[in-house]
Design a protein around this ligand. Sequence first.
Ligand SMILES: C[S@@+](CC[C@H](N)C(=O)[O-])C[C@H]1O[C@@H](n2cnc3c(N)ncnc32)[C@H](O)[C@@H]1O
Length: 280
Amino acid sequence: MKNRIYAPHWDDYELIDAGNGLKLERWGKYITIRPDINAYFHPQLSKKEWELKANFIFKEQKGVFGTWINPKNLPVHWNIEFEGVTLNVFLNNTKHTGVFPEQNLNWKIIIESLNSEGNFLNLFGYTGASSMMALYKNADVIHVDSSKSALTWAKKNAHLNQFNGCKLVLEDAILFMEREVKRMHQYDLIQMDPPTWGIGTKGKKWQLENHIDVLMSLSAKLLKAEGKLIVTTYSNKIDPIILKETAEIYFPTRNHRTGMLATKTTTGKILDHGSILHIY
Ligand SMILES: C[S@@+](CC[C@H](N)C(=O)[O-])C[C@H]1O[C@@H](n2cnc3c(N)ncnc32)[C@H](O)[C@@H]1O
């Protein structure tokens, strides 16, 4: 049986239903339909019920790109809140919205673990939802991402919340970690959500399975003795067993928990997202 760790819904986010390769989600007052490869099962509600509810429907065109059908011509960006932190939702030409809502499980840990004395390293930080949670707790935040547009978005989220002092670093995560090890910097909390595949800096091909070991060994050097590490992977090659084995190698004396990160739909379906590891 799969050991699942469930991400809960919150006021401004609900996974209403999933199935037929799609998910039906509510973000504040708006509802979207977008693809999800893990929703291979049958949905609970009918296609008609989905379409009656949805404000925006993503149609895949080429690779990861596509367009959002927006029959009522609604604004394509709006804000949602999580525990007092504002996050911008933005529909562009990919199915992504700028927020990975299942990460709210980790946001809670960030909020609970950090205070103004703490520091947080957010690797592969994307639009900065996790960084915003740490800034909310007045922690020192270093947010690393190799994409300029992700950093621009993170800056926008910080601005929306009137947070100052988020250090945004445009750099390859591994290069940055290596430099931080040389500088002998250490962190109270590190989070990483590395992509499964892609083109890294300098046009180099990125496959997560080729990098997970180095990411974990560098994290072990960058984490304070009592520090916490949060890792999520959305790759079917890096499953909870691999994460557990890697944790036992690089963090032999620390506690860890691993599992499948999943969300239960309001209609009772279970959608897996990927694997999760917490070192504490
Ligand atoms: C899956 S997203 C992270 C999602 C985010 N943690 C969240 O929960 O909202 C992956 C991010 O990694 C960035 N990225 C990809 N390769 C990278 C690399 N080699 N170094 C740093 N960032 C990288 C991408 O630009 C993207 O923003």
